[in-house]
Design a binder for this molecule. Structure first.
Ligand code: KG4
Ligand code: ZN
Length: 347
């Protein structure tokens, strides 16, 4: 049987997400964001995340089926994010997927959330339109989110090599932590990226992370500390809107510069013709513009998903990874043994 229609579930962090895909076409993509629940605490609170996932997982799945105009008999398989992510959050999605798989007698697929981010540009809208005509292997994945910052080489779909990743904080985490220091609320990445275009990116002298390091790894915690020290020296009365714009622009400039240096290094070390961008931080226009400039000079094509909704956490991207995994017939063999893998990595 050719697997086409898949119900996918993602509960890897603070979004409860379900989607229905048919092949690479996204028929529905429902995301319930828990941001409001976590906002007062300035970050994701694991127990609250679990409670919210438990409450919303059922209604979110129902909505995904309804929006896709499909019923259970139309669904051929169920996919769930196995990891990486927040352990108690992942558990809710996996438990639900197992229950549904047994209740409706559907095979199950366990998906790597980061493979979902990587393959998100391959998603097609409900008219079958998408950005990519032809994949030219190997493809580089630049995956930048709140939990991860990775450079991954894809030799073919399903075969990956992790070239580099962050040694400490992820880029999105650095955005959020610096935003917190500036009292910009949570999550602060989008706020910094809105303030930055009005500011002077050269106003504050901040270090470019890992500038002389020849590996493809990233590190953002030193930059975070440098921001903290710099901010301590600035009197509160000088912290007006102009200051926020200048500081956001300066921080964004060095963080993006650090990612671009690693991209240039990856181009030199591992020739490739296409780069796929995925993860919430790819919403940052400055980052995307700089990636495109570097790619153009090196005659590399850049692809993003057809919609911004596929950048931040969602289940449609899980459906795309699941579609290819179903083609490879990599179904879960023993459902009872399936468990979350909070530290799941590209092997
Ligand atoms: O991919 P995602 O939804 O969740 C994870 O898998 O981690 O990414 C969320 C992250 C947050 O850290 C958020 O601040 C960041 O993406 N983010 C941004 C922007 N939009 C979202 N960071 C910088 N600029 C943005 N425009
Ligand atoms: Zn993610």
């Amino acid at each position: 049987m050719k697997i086409k229609t898949i119900l996918s579930i993602d509960t890897s962090c603070d979004e409860t997400a379900a989607a229905v895909t048919c092949g690479r076409c996204v028929l529905s993509n429902v995301v319930y964001s828990q941001i409001k629940t976590h906002q007062p605490w300035g970050g994701v609170v694991p127990n609250l995340a679990r409670r919210e996932h438990q409450k919303k997982i059922g209604p979110v799945i129902e909505k995904a089926l309804k929006q896709a105009k499909v019923n259970w008999p139309d669904i051929q398989t169920i996919a769930a994010t196995q990891g990486p992510g927040l352990s108690i959050a992942l558990g809710i999605g996996i438990k639900k997927a197992k229950e549904l798989s047994q209740k409706y007698n559907k095979p199950l697929l366990a998906i790597n959330h980061m493979e979902g981010h990587f393959l998100s540009p391959l998603a097609l809208d409900n008219k079958g339109q998408g950005p990519i005509n032809k994949i030219k292997f190997p493809v580089l994945g630049l995956l930048v989110s709140g939990g991860h910052t990775q450079l991954v080489l894809m030799k073919k779909i399903g075969k990956y090599r992790l070239l580099g990743q962050t040694l400490d904080d992820a880029a999105g985490e650095a955005f959020d932590k610096v935003a917190k220091m500036l009292d910009l609320g949570y999550p602060g990445g989008p706020v910094i990226s809105k303030l930055a275009p009005q500011g002077n990116p050269l106003k504050y002298d901040l270090p470019i992370p890992m500038a002389r390091n020849q590996s493809l790894n990233f590190s953002f915690s030193g930059l975070k500390t440098a921001c903290l020290y710099k901010l301590k020296k600035i009197p509160d009365k000088q912290k007006n809107k102009r200051f926020l714009q200048d500081f956001s622009a300066s921080f964004q400039r060095v963080l993006v510069h650090s990612i671009i240096l690693k991209l240039q290094l990856a181009i030199r070390k591992h020739p490739f013709k296409q780069v796929f961008l995925g993860g919430g931080v790819i919403n940052n226009q400055h980052l995307v513009n700089e990636v495109k400039k570097t790619a153009k000079i090196n005659k590399i094509q850049v692809f993003l998903p057809y919609s911004q909704e596929l950048l931040t956490d969602n289940a449609a991207m899980i459906g795309i990874a699941a579609f290819y995994k179903a083609q490879r017939k990599e179904f879960v063999k023993n459902i009872d043994e399936l468990d979350r893998k909070p530290n799941l990595c590209f092997s």
